[in-house]
Design a protein around this ligand. Structure first.
Ligand code: ASC
Length: 231
């Protein structure tokens, strides 16, 4: 069962490092290149949007996806691991919702139109799907009421929709970075590739590679938590 454990640890450390770097780059972006953080209806309020989405929706969701793969948790109860999986996803959802509030509040304070960009369409869809996924997961797999037969039917759908939503979130983050740079970089503009543009393009690459490693880890059959005898 511990087959390929060394490869697992290397990838886990890489994922943690990339995810941490993505959060750090986002903080440096808004604190150093942009107007910092605040809750004032201005750009410091908007800046919570990338910070909270990258922290919650990208990094914490990525960790939630792979918690069952950590070999040292395999002797912990399944219920504990499900609670950690659900808890991390709930934290990620709360951060994503605060991130949405910050951007709507900023738009309304500045009379900027809402929900016209592709980033906003796909991003709001992701939050709605994530909420449905969390509620269904909670009632079907965490609470003890659903039958093993129903769980067995719904588990492949839960896994598929979870990974689909994670992929959608990564794509949405990349669109968000791109549109923010196009909106904000003036003089020199984005096409002149100023230091902020290079720095933030690298942030996008970090987010994508983080997602790629999480996807690899979670799709290795040999790294799955061993099934309980009667589960
Ligand atoms: C659960 C659980 C599993 C799966 C399985 C359905 O709730 O603990 O291992 O669903 O029963 O495939």
């Amino acid at each position: 069962a511990m087959e390929g454990y060394r490869g697992f640890l290397g990838l886990l450390v890489s994922a943690l490092l990339l995810g941490f770097l993505a959060v750090l780059f986002t903080l440096i972006w808004v604190l150093h290149y942009r107007d910092g953080l605040g809750w004032d209806g201005g750009s410091p309020e908007f800046n919570w949007h990338p910070v909270l989405t990258v922290t919650g929706f990208v990094f914490i969701q990525g960790l939630a996806i792979i918690v069952y793969r950590l070999p040292w948790t395999w002797k912990c109860s399944k219920l504990l691991m499900k609670s950690i999986h659900a808890g991390l996803n709930a934290v990620a959802l709360i951060l994503a919702i605060i991130a949405l509030v910050s951007v709507f509040d900023f738009h309304n304070a500045k009379s900027i139109p809402n929900m016209y960009s592709l980033h906003s369409w796909i991003g709001l869809t992701a939050v709605i799907l994530y909420t449905a996924q969390l509620l269904l997961g909670f009632f079907i797999f965490l609470l003890p009421f659903a039958s093993p037969a129903l769980r067995a039917i719904l588990m492949p759908i839960h896994v598929y929709s979870g990974l689909l939503i994670f992929g959608i979130v990564i794509a949405t983050a990349l669109m968000g970075v791109t549109e923010k740079l196009i909106f904000s970089l003036k003089n020199p503009e984005y096409s002149k590739l100023p230091p902020e543009a290079i720095f933030t393009n690298i942030l996008g690459v970090l987010i994508l590679v983080f997602g790629a490693i999480i996807f690899w880890i979670v799709t290795r059959p040999q790294w799955q938590r061993p099934k309980e005898p009667n589960a």
